[in-house]
Design a protein around this ligand. Structure first.
Ligand code: DQQ
Length: 547
């Protein structure tokens, strides 16, 4: 029943109704995963009284909705409770630091401050009630940063000197540079003192939103607690910066010295397409946490609606979270890997599978036997020996927009090939998740893209091609793809999670049982599907039950 509501998802996290944006303070506590989120409970749009929604789960797949954790109540947060993070103290008690918007009359005068919150009853595994124990904020914007650009405290970590550290994203008043300010606390997050040096100074006039900072192991998929720092880890610093359309979660990998509190990234953030990104589609304001129950680092990100405000009011909801993704360092050490947590597989039901099927040039076939609007698909493509062929395009002369546009690449040799998801009977609606091979320099590169252009017959929906270079060498590796299709969202993981693209689409015809799935090849050369496994996905219980 749930997914019959227009374009509503069936296994992605969202409140029952109205508005959601950033995920906040994910944590594991006494057998439960807790997830908080920026929420307007009154309408499917962002407003000036954002509260913290709160849900709990035992598997991060099915969620129970609890009463909101924080609402504006004090002079320091009366105009919204904005984003923040949780920290588990050594005695096991959690604390939360979040952003309060204070009580100044005029919007431009309002300050962003840091608020401390603690559970009322730590013996309650559901942490139903939270209190704000302080009469005043624990941090206010310093003189040299803009009072309206000082927000989103990270999870705190403990240094070898016994002091806690936390980062706040800010923008300098004079230079307008984005900075990640570092603070120290000697008393378990209740009082904070600014460290003279920011951990990161961005060479751009961008406010750094929702900064995240955490260690990753040099080898293996295991995660570590945020306070771990030794020779077996590196550190990741992620910033979210807004753009005209949507926003980007970009990151750098580097070395963090706890003694000097210096972070030396391997590369600089450039604020261009050269930066490492968690996701090349719609994915913003993400936040990770260490899951101590299963020793892994998990990241949650917000996926915005890209239909119109009118559509959101008609639907009665707006905003969802991408599936929780486990993150670890790639064996190259140069990027993170991401993969939906294994618990998502519990939703898999009806299964179809085949091996070694030829996908001729300019051909397509339907993948039947599953619910194509609600599916998990894993496919691996095997390429023929690449011939030196002048018609393999050379990317250096082509702008990104063309490069990643599937409609413009019909003349290619190797690709575009891939999946057509959420396709209508007459193919007037379809979303292509595709690969194509181009010649670049002396070698070959694989482009992974998603083209939303034909995803919906509706107007007033943003339809954008997304794409990136897939980090594989097509002469030596097969090309694998996993797509999680859920009515109005498609999450695509290339090469086992080296590159990810999340897309929003709002089909009018390709809904429910009418939606179809195809494998296609628009290139002139054939490719082989060495394996394809597709499953129908069950509905998850997402906040359908409230306590
Ligand atoms: N959303 C929050 C802010 C944050 C922004 C407000 C990022 O705290 O900077 O809802 O999406």
């Amino acid at each position: 029943v749930q997914n019959q509501v227009r374009n509503r998802t069936s296994f992605h996290f969202q409140p029952q109704r109205n508005w959601l944006n950033d995920p906040n303070a994910p944590m594991y506590y006494k057998g439960f995963y807790h997830l908080f989120y920026q929420h307007n409970p009154l309408a499917p749009e962002f407003n000036r009284k954002i509260i913290w929604g709160h849900s709990v789960s035992q598997d991060m797949v099915n969620w129970i909705q609890l009463p909101p954790a924080f609402s504006p109540s004090e002079s320091y947060d009366i105009n919204s409770c904005w984003s923040g993070s949780a920290t588990i103290l050594p005695d096991g008690k959690p604390v939360i630091l979040y952003t309060g918007i204070d009580d100044q009359e005029r919007r431009e005068d309002r300050s962003q401050v840091t608020v401390l919150a603690v559970p009322k009853d730590v013996s309650d595994p559901l942490l139903r009630e939270w209190i704000k124990p302080k009469q005043k904020p624990v941090m206010v914007p310093p003189e040299d940063v803009l009072h309206y650009c000082f927000r989103d405290p990270t999870t705190a970590w403990l240094g070898p000197d016994g002091k806690w550290r936390v980062l706040i994203g800010a923008k300098e008043r004079d230079t307008r540079r984005g900075v990640a300010l570092l603070y120290h606390s000697t008393d378990e997050c209740a009082q904070w003192e600014r460290h003279p040096e920011p951990l990161l100074v961005a060479q751009a006039n961008e406010m750094l939103e929702c900064v995240d900072f955490f260690p990753v192991k040099l080898a293996g998929k295991e995660g570590v607690d945020t306070s771990v720092n030794n020779a077996s880890v590196r550190h990741v610093l992620k910033v979210s910066f807004e753009e005209q359309i949507g926003g980007k979660d970009c990151y750098v990998i580097g070395t963090y010295c706890s003694e000097t509190d210096r972070f030396v990234p391997d590369s600089e953030l450039t604020y261009t397409s050269a930066d490492l990104r968690y996701d090349h589609g719609w994915f913003y304001a993400s936040k990770s946490f260490f899951d101590s129950a299963k020793n892994r680092r998990i990241n949650w990100g917000w996926v915005v609606e890209t239909d119109s405000r009118e559509d959101d009011f008609e639907k009665g909801w707006a905003g969802l979270l991408a599936l929780p993704r486990q993150m670890w360092l790639d064996t190259s050490g140069k990027r993170l890997m991401q993969w939906p947590i294994q618990e998502i597989n519990y939703l898999r039901t009806r299964h179809v599978s085949f091996h070694n099927r030829q996908l001729e040039g300019r051909s397509m076939f339907e993948i039947t036997g599953i619910t194509a609007a609600q599916a998990d698909v894993e496919v691996t493509f095997d390429l023929p020996v690449l011939e030196h062929n002048a018609r393999i395009r050379d990317s250096t002369h082509i702008a990104d927009a063309v490069l990643f546009n599937y409609g413009n690449s019909l003349g290619c040799v190797y690709g575009p090939f891939g999946l057509l998801a959420l396709a209508s009977n007459d193919l007037s609606e379809q979303t292509a998740i595709f690969f194509k091979i181009i010649r670049r320099g002396n070698g070959y590169s694989v482009i992974m893209g998603i083209d939303e252009n034909r995803s919906s017959l509706r107007d007033n929906v943003q339809k954008i091609p997304h794409g990136t270079f897939l980090d594989v060498d097509p002469r030596h590796e097969k090309i694998s793809l996993r797509c999680l299709i859920d009515h109005s969202i498609i999450e695509s993981y290339g090469a086992g999670g080296r590159n990810v693209i999340t897309s929003r689409v709002y089909p009018k015809l390709a809904i429910g049982e009418a939606a179809k799935l195809y494998a296609f090849n628009n290139g002139t050369k054939g490719v082989t599907i060495s394996s394809l496994d597709a499953w129908s996905m069950r509905n998850a219980q997402i906040n359908t039950n409230a306590i």
